[in-house]
Design a protein around this ligand. Structure first.
Ligand code: ACO
Length: 311
């Protein structure tokens, strides 16, 4: 009965063990996982666009090969994550529909433009750096398929972060104009990368329950703090300045003191009014429409193979 199922579920969570697709789970647990995993998958897929923008203009053959591989990795992450979400009883078609109709969330960060090559460095260093901070604890998420997907995703993200760091390092060792371009990109991506971790803890409606279920292991603010702590020494090596005059370690509070994050900007982007929201969804919808013939051909091929098997 339901009470016994609930107790068994609670015991698995308590023991830090894993819930698997065929296990009983509370409806709300299933729902929040579908929510988070599908948003995460959409982020990976939409996240291909800001960098895809530079593949044809990368400054050398080597840079182009690296960038192409990175964007392909993101497609792979999206596909693992859609598969993980499908184990919970939603179809990929449903998720895709929600995305192209503008009803689904994906990370705020992918609604910012990439006007210069240095943006490829800043995205790798800051955006993929934030993604790692957020996703390493998700490797221990209580839902098996999600946690396991995160292991490989994190390995690839850590390569992405290093390639971004290396792009910035190269620019910072270049001409004054190149150094300026690198600093400008860091200025534009720093604050949005801090927003990736989500609203402050006291305004995060999902955190308490997700932490009790051991989907999330750390709060939004704790991960944001950890990320800043990772960036500070790396910024020094790069020779870039993090664009926050208030930033300093507060020994008494044992935390980083920062300027106020512009949460109005965050809420505007979530409401669909960021600089690139409309274009991101339009591109995704067009790509989906352009791919219709491939899906039809694949379905027709599968149907014929099936017929043969039956005959
Ligand atoms: N961008 C867009 N939406 C966000 C963001 C963000 N940066 N941060 C929070 N939100 C949304 C939440 O999805 C939630 O929306 P919903 O309730 O309508 O579904 C709402 O704001 C409130 O936030 P929280 O209660 O804090 O939500 P949650 O507990 O889900 O925490 C977080 C948000 C930290 C992003 C969590 O969902 C998570 O860890 N997701 C997995 C990682 C991920 O999605 N990364 C994507 C970017 S990294 C990359 O793809 C390279």
């Amino acid at each position: 009965d339901e009470a016994a199922e609930q107790a068994a579920f609670g015991a698995i969570i308590e023991a830090d063990s894993r819930i698997e697709p065929r296990d009983w789970m509370p409806a709300a647990y299933r729902k929040t996982l579908i929510r988070q995993i599908s948003q995460h998958a959409h982020s990976e897929i939409i996240g291909m666009q800001p960098e895809g923008n530079w593949i044809s203009r990368a400054p050398s053959l080597k840079r182009k090969a690296i960038l192409m591989a990175k964007v392909q990795d993101e497609a792979g992450h999206g596909l693992y994550l859609y598969s993980a979400a499908q184990t919970l009883g939603i179809t990929r078609d449903e998720m895709t529909e929600q995305l192209i109709e503008g009803r689904a969330r994906y990370s705020s960060i992918f609604n910012y433009p990439t006007p210069t090559w240095a943006d490829m460095g800043a995205i790798g260093w800051l955006v993929d750096g934030a993604a790692i901070c957020n996703q390493v604890p998700l490797c221990r998420a209580s839902y098996g398929p999600y946690g396991r997907a995160m292991v490989r995703v994190c390995k690839e993200e850590s390569f992405h972060q290093r390639q971004g760091f290396e792009i910035l390092l190269t620019l910072m060792q270049g001409s004054p104009a190149q150094r300026e371009m690198a600093q400008d990109a860091v200025n534009r991506w720093y604050w949005p990368s801090l927003m990736m971790f989500g609203p402050p803890d006291d305004e995060s409606p999902n955190s308490a329950q997700s932490m009790a279920w051991k989907i999330k292991r750390f709060s939004n603010d704790d991960l944001r703090q950890r990320f800043i702590g990772m960036l500070v020494p790396q910024a020094e090596v790069l020779g870039v300045t993090l664009p926050d005059p208030e930033l300093r370690w507060d020994d008494e509070a044992q935390r980083w003191h920062t300027s106020e994050i512009d949460w109005t900007e965050f809420h505007e982007v979530l409401a669909g009014r960021g600089p690139m929201n409309v274009e991101r969804i339009r591109n995704r919808r067009n790509a989906h429409d352009d791919g219709a013939w491939v899906r039809e051909a694949a379905a027709e091929y599968a149907r014929k193979q099936n017929e043969k098997a039956v005959a």
